[in-house]
Design a protein. Structure first.
Length: 149
């Protein structure tokens, strides 16, 4: 599964939003009907995980985190407790709960950003400026991939 792109969408009065068709088609192609949504760990946005990607992440976390270590159990608990199951309605919409909208600062418009195997949901206002300047971006890529040159 490869989600790419940056697509703007508006919420309706009930807080529902259409998942962009390009992303829905990718899910349909893979036969995925359920998504999991949670806040991002580092940024003020939400992340949609296809159910199989979420399940792989949960297995990976469970293997790394010890059940009998209080701190690690709390890390796992917090990560999982902030997640919500998401199903698309017949029109391809899903509800952004009040709690999650507040976490991400979402009011009426969002930007969906494809991140490979997940989809981020940002308040439109948060994506009006680039995440990095073009110069910073170029330098970061150069540092990350300089050993491949």
């Amino acid at each position: 599964m490869r989600f790419i792109g940056n697509i703007e969408a508006k919420l309706d009065l009930k807080g529902r939003v259409f998942l962009p068709s390009v992303f829905r088609k990718e899910l349909q192609k893979e036969g995925i009907e359920t998504l999991v949504m949670r806040r991002d760990t580092f940024q003020r946005c939400l992340v949609l995980y296809p159910e199989d990607v979420w399940n792989e992440l949960m297995c990976s976390m469970r293997k790394r985190l010890q059940r009998w270590n209080a701190r690690e159990q709390n890390v796992y608990r917090q990560f999982v407790s902030e997640a919500e199951m998401v199903s698309l309605d017949g029109n391809g919409r899903f509800l952004l709960t009040k709690r999650l909208k507040e976490i991400a600062g979402i009011e009426t418009s969002v930007n969906f950003i494809g991140m490979g195997d997940t989809i981020e949901i940002w308040a439109k206002e948060s994506t009006e400026e680039p995440f990095m300047s073009q110069e910073e971006f170029g330098k970061a890529l150069e540092e990350l991939f300089s050993d491949e040159l």
